[in-house]
Ligand binder design. Structure first.
Ligand code: DSN
Length: 417
């Protein structure tokens, strides 16, 4: 039984995977936290490395038989250190949320004051939002964006920091379309004696490829996922300077997690190697260029964008003025073969499960090799759908055109259907 191929062992799951391959091939995937992991990354994730337990760190494990795993983990660490220019890397966090929890465990006690950007302004749940453990176990102070231009309100960040003296300040976001000003955050953190943490989960690939400023030298602790713009496996990583490395390593293991997922570690090593190439640098810049063209097209069709545009891989459409709920728009777009997610916009008058925005990003479609011509077509399709969300005939026509376009730009790592 253990030797059967998937198609024989579990035809139902085999069919789900085949269907998902087809979906990922046939649709324009615009969820900004998604991408197509490189084929080599996918191979590593499905390899025998999954079979091995390796609690501890290279050279200091609690299980024997680490001859190959230690090499894999050391390669991942060394490549990340050189790629990002940091003193230390921990590649064991299971994903971004556990990476952020490890940071809290490393530097805070329950009840301590921490600061992060509020979810409605584009921050992540783990930056202190009330329903997350980070908002429940800590005294979480939340900063936000200006009401008029939706840019981070640094006067508010500074005054809240002075008033509350947080131990940690998180910067970085999941729904913020502009450059994060790491030096400005660092200045505020220094003034109040807080540790600045940069969560670069969304922009790690842009930072690695030089398409977004690096937090290194400003934030002594950096957390990230490895699968978004970085195009690696589903996983997490923590980067830090020498002063913080002992606490970070202890917090990840044994503080928070058991054995690392070694297939993922190998995938991170591969992604780091690929991200150090000129090809990846060009990819990172193309993500941003594509996003700008897509934003310009949407604006030209009369759609409102949070902050009026984008500097990175992400766009947040504000549909308040159009009076189309974000969920209705996202569902209509999906029927037209364009996959985005509904999302709150700053100062949203609607509830988070039925908000006014649609969030999109260009990391995955840029991995398919699409460029500005395709972004213009895409922006016009999106505007057509949003203008007439009940026009099923138009949606199925667009879905067909989307499929034709996708056939011209095969998705990396997916067999052509
Ligand atoms: N859920 C991820 C995102 O979509 O941005 C972040 O955790």
């Amino acid at each position: 039984m253990a030797d059967l191929p998937l198609i024989e062992a579990d035809p139902e799951i085999a069919q789900c995977i085949a269907d998902e391959e087809k979906r990922q091939h046939d649709k324009l995937r615009l969820i900004p936290s998604e991408n197509y992991a490189s084929r080599a990354v996918m191979e590593a994730c499905g390899s025998v490395l999954n079979n091995k337990y390796s609690e501890g760190y290279a050279g200091r494990r609690y299980y024997e038989g680490q001859q190959n795993i230690d090499t894999v983990e050391r390669l991942a660490i060394e490549r990340l250190k050189s790629l990002f220019g940091v003193d230390h890397a921990n590649v064991q966090p299971y994903s971004g949320s556990p990476a952020n929890l490890a940071i809290y465990l490393a530097f805070c006690n329950a009840g301590d004051t921490i600061m992060g950007m509020g979810l409605p302004s584009g921050g992540h749940l783990t930056h202190g939002w009330k329903v997350s453990i980070s908002g429940k176990y800590f005294n979480a102070i939340q900063y936000g964006v200006h009401r008029d231009d939706h840019l981070i309100d640094f006067d508010q960040v500074a005054s809240l920091a002075r008033e509350h003296k947080p131990k940690l300040i998180f910067c970085g976001a999941t729904a913020y379309p502009r450059v994060i000003d790491f030096p400005k955050f660092a200045e505020i953190a220094k003034e109040v004696g807080a540790i600045l943490v940069a969560d670069i989960a969304h922009i790690a690939g842009l930072v690695a490829g030089g398409a977004h400023p690096s937090p290194v030298g400003h934030a002594p602790v950096i957390s990230s996922t490895t699968h978004k713009t970085f195009r690696g496996p589903r996983g997490g990583m923590l980067l830090c300077d020498d002063a913080h490395k002992k606490a970070i390593d202890r917090a990840v293991f044994p503080g928070l997690q058991g054995g690392p997922h070694n297939g993922t570690t190998a995938g991170i090593a591969i992604a780091a190697k690929l991200a150090s190439t000129n090809e990846f640098k060009a990819y990172a810049h193309a993500i941003v260029d594509n996003c700008r063209v897509l934003a310009e097209t949407l604006l030209s069709r009369g759609l409102d964008l949070v902050t009026g545009g984008t500097d990175n891989h992400l766009i947040l459409i504000d549909l308040t003025r159009k009076e189309v709920p974000g969920k209705v728009a996202a569902q209509a777009l999906d029927r037209a073969g364009i996959v985005a997610n509904y999302n709150s916009v700053p100062f949203d008058t609607r509830k988070p499960f039925d908000p006014s925005g649609v969030r999109l990003g260009t990391a995955a479609i840029t991995s398919r090799g699409m460029g500005s011509d395709e972004m213009k077509r895409l922006g016009n399709w999106m505007a057509d759908v949003i203008e007439d969300v009940e026009n099923e005939a138009a949606m199925s026509r667009i879905a067909g055109e989307v499929k034709d376009l996708c056939d011209q730009f095969p998705a990396p790592g997916i067999p052509v259907h």
